[in-house]
Design a protein around this ligand. Structure first.
Ligand code: NAP
Length: 263
């Protein structure tokens, strides 16, 4: 088995990386940072986001495994003291392959169209403070947004920024995207639905900002500044991320452990 490993860079994650490499070597696994079968992320859910963006052009070939240095995460199934158990299972059994939907984003500027993939979400804010933009669903005008911003999340990203905005938590087996508002201003001119909206795979939405507006565009943990944006189209991506599951950890158990605790 070929694997690539990415860690958060803190002392504990680096030490676990060393331990993983020596256990993996003893099992006959080899490191391949270019074309791995398995991508191992050691740190947190944020580290797995980084791993996803490093290998997002090889999603057909790679499966991801997350090891959390703290509590268990949404993308990180294994804890720091479970490396031997994980490596034993990797050496002796076939994992269940679990796929999660992704978000496809296409941004149009005078220089052309640029495409992005997000594992958690796309975030749009204005550099000047208040964002003004029209939202269309399936090419029909839906609402005129004015407020702090718009977040469009995947089902697995629904427990991230989306949840802080009051959005629904969506099971990642549903191929959908969710549009959530960040502090919309509502009056007679600018009127929004006020609740989050969930679109199925065969629908899409367009955000049409003022092209003069300087924007902050967030793709997961990455933020860039863009101007001249005439439209942004979001839809459920054709590609998916694959996780290698060596033991069951149901999504609703993750949600309960992260947000509710023991009942
Ligand atoms: P960060 O600001 O360092 O950490 C954000 C927190 O979100 C971390 O605790 C991270 O978990 C957790 N997280 C990441 N993906 C998650 C998911 N799908 N479900 C539940 N929690 C999740 O940033 P980061 O670590 O680079 O992560 C970027 C993400 O932060 C964004 O994609 C966005 O979802 C989230 N975010 C949330 C807010 C908010 O809630 N107000 C604001 C901005 C961004 P770990 O500790 O395990 O890494």
């Amino acid at each position: 088995m070929n694997y690539a490993l990415l860690d958060r860079g803190d002392r504990l994650s680096r030490a676990l990386s060393e331990e993983f490499h020596s256990l993996a070597k003893a099992k006959g696994f080899s490191v391949n940072e270019i074309a791995p079968d398995i991508v191992v992320s050691i740190g947190g859910d944020g580290t797995l986001l980084q791993a996803f963006h490093r290998f997002k052009n090889q999603l057909e070939q790679v499966s991801f495994i997350g090891i959390h240095t703290g509590h268990l995460g949404f993308y990180a199934d294994w804890k720091k003291d479970e490396l031997s158990e994980l490596l034993n299972l990797m050496g002796s059994s076939e994992p269940r392959k679990v796929v999660y939907p992704l978000l496809h984003i296409e941004i149009t500027t005078p220089t052309g169209k640029t495409e992005f993939l997000a594992l958690n979400e796309f975030t749009l804010k204005s550099v000047d403070g208040t964002l003004v933009a029209a939202l269309h669903i399936n090419d029909e005008p839906f609402e005129m947004f004015r407020g702090d911003g718009i977040v469009i999340s995947t089902p697995s990203g629904s427990t991230g920024y989306n949840k802080s905005l009051g959005g629904a938590v969506i099971h990642p087996s549903l191929e959908a995207l969710q549009i959530a508002e960040i502090a919309s201003i509502n009056n007679r001119v600018y009127r929004t639905l006020g609740s989050s909206v969930i679109l199925p795979k065969h629908h899409h939405c367009d955000i049409i900002p003022d092209p003069e507006e300087e924007l902050f565009i967030g793709i997961d943990h990455l933020v860039m500044q863009m101007s001249g944006v005439s439209s942004i189209t979001c839809r459920v991506a054709d590609s998916k991320i694959t996780f290698a599951r060596y033991r069951p950890f149901p999504f609703w158990n993750r949600v309960r452990e992260a947000f509710i605790g023991s009942v």
